[in-house]
Design a protein around this ligand. Structure first.
Ligand code: FAD
Length: 452
């Protein structure tokens, strides 16, 4: 990104989730005055620290990948050492039938460049016969190489149905689709999932690695980004809810919050799609954009935290389960919370019909089958994020906007945009990538306003 001229009035960025924080840091790096406005008391949005009276937790267990290159670059920019905030591990996908305890598949991918990562991973993979391993190598590679155009997009289930992959590998791909896209395979976009698989399995060396946060989420990005912004002459206003945008011809002239009115050189809307829609609705030029945002549907993510004795621990930090309500089980020992187990359940399902007490009891009983030696947990918390991500379907992909809006100085940032032709699902990496594209458009606009 290149920039020549700082602007006088600040760029107002609305929403301090990871997209808003990233957009602010990218602009602050170029000496652009920035004011970041956040309605909540804390920064981080859907990836934030939260606490009960007795316990600091994340609003949901998050997992990052070595393929999150833009996020890793951003952390470097703001002075965060990867090793201080993540435990990097070679990908290890261990899927177990949670009812009969039969291992389904156990795939470890070494940090080798492609295709050797999958080649060596499959060689030592448990749960597949030799014939099945050879078939995966050949068919999976062919599947990933064949492009899908946006107008040919279909569900992941349909896409995989012709691939003739072994059943255990299909179960793994279905579980990965649900985990990575928070959308089940019968609804999820094949185009998006193919990109996720390609970026992970066919990316650079280390792309398949897992990055498990070793500190709470606030310490990964929100707190260091806040520090970076404070030392780069940007201001951050917490507990400040924006209620409307005032337009003057083709320009947004003012951002009105419950507390104050803010003048802006440019405005970035880094709120989730449904909130962006309600702020854009009164702006006549945004009718079509609002129509697209109306088509978005959302998926929940539920995290059940159970606190056991410090000595209870799961091998390898995480394990995937099938035939249970529990989907992925994480050991929070990695972020200095020994005995704390986080169970993640993506999307919709029977768990949504249960109240928190019923759900924790079922999860506790499911874990007791797998870890019979564990005593009962001494506390539990259920955190339900009802709109955790947008539903990443072929239908929704057709409606994902880019950064630019009909107003010259109004830009969008957030995990729901499609700023390239990749249609990546809602992740922290997508939020940061889109933030980078947004910052570039803001810089282009400001440079046009103040030519050399
Ligand atoms: C439980 C859970 C688990 C997840 N797991 C993973 C994972 O493992 N890996 C991964 O990569 N991704 C994961 N995700 C997805 C990831 O967290 C999101 O994609 C990402 O945080 C979205 O960031 P964002 O900045 O686009 O939006 P948000 O985080 O929603 O940020 C928008 C911000 O705008 C603020 N705001 C809203 N209205 C206003 C207003 N009127 N005025 C001012 N501010 C306002 C909000 O408070 C919020 O802070 C998970 C999400 C959840 C909820």
């Amino acid at each position: 990104m290149d920039n020549k001229q700082p602007a006088n009035k600040p760029v107002i960025i609305i929403g301090a989730g990871w997209a808003g924080l990233a957009t602010a840091c990218f602009l602050a790096e170029k000496n652009i005055p920035v004011t970041l406005v956040e309605s909540a008391k804390q920064l981080g949005g859907r990836a934030r620290q939260t606490s009960s009276r007795t316990q600091v937790l994340d609003n949901g267990q998050h997992l990052m990948l070595g393929a999150y290159s833009e996020l890793l670059d951003l952390l470097k920019l703001i002075g965060v050492n990867e090793g201080d905030v993540f435990k990097r591990k070679h990908q290890h996908l261990n899927l177990l039938n949670g009812q009969n305890l039969q291992p389904l598949i156990n795939l470890k991918l070494p940090a080798l460049p492609r295709p050797f990562n999958l080649l060596f991973g499959l060689l030592f993979c448990k749960g597949l016969s030799l014939k099945e391993k050879i078939s995966v190598l050949y068919r999976f590679d062919r599947l990933l190489k064949k492009p899908i155009s946006a107008d040919q997009d279909c569900s992941v289930k349909q896409w995989l149905s012709d691939a003739r992959l072994p059943p255990a590998y299909l179960t793994l791909l279905n579980a990965l689709c649900l985990a990575a896209m928070n959308t089940p395979a019968d609804k999820a976009s094949a185009l998006s999932f193919r990109h996720v698989l390609n970026e992970t399995f066919n990316g650079k060396k280390g792309s398949t690695d897992l990055l498990i946060p070793s500190v709470n989420l606030a310490q990964v990005l929100p707190a260091p980004a806040n520090l970076y912004l404070n030392t780069h002459h940007a201001s951050v206003l917490e507990s400040t809810k924006v209620i409307s945008l005032q337009s003057d011809n083709n320009i947004i002239s003012q951002v009105v919050s419950e507390q104050q009115d803010l003048n802006a050189s440019a405005v970035v809307l880094a709120t989730p799609a449904h909130i962006s829609r309600s702020l854009l609705k009164p702006l006549i030029e945004c009718n079509e954009l609002c129509h697209h945002l109306d088509q978005f549907r959302y998926e929940p993510i539920t995290t059940v935290y159970l606190r056991y004795n410090d000595s209870c621990q799961i091998p390898d930090e995480m394990i995937g389960l099938t035939e249970t309500l529990s989907e992925w089980v994480f050991d929070r020992r990695v972020c200095d919370q020994p005995g704390m187990i986080a169970v993640v359940i993506s999307s919709q399902g029977r768990h949504m019909e249960l109240d928190n007490k019923e759900l924790s009891l079922i999860i506790r009983n499911e874990l007791a089958v797998i870890f019979p030696d564990w005593p009962l947990p001494n506390a539990s918390w259920v955190i339900r994020e009802k709109r955790a991500t947008f539903s990443c379907t072929a239908d929704v992909n057709r409606h994902r906007p880019g950064v630019i809006t009909p107003y010259q100085n109004l830009f969008l940032s957030g995990d729901y945009l499609a700023t390239d032709a990749l249609y990546l699902p809602a992740t922290l990496e997508t939020a940061v990538r889109n933030a980078k594209a947004c910052a570039q458009e803001v810089l282009n606009y400001l440079t046009q306003q103040t030519p050399l």
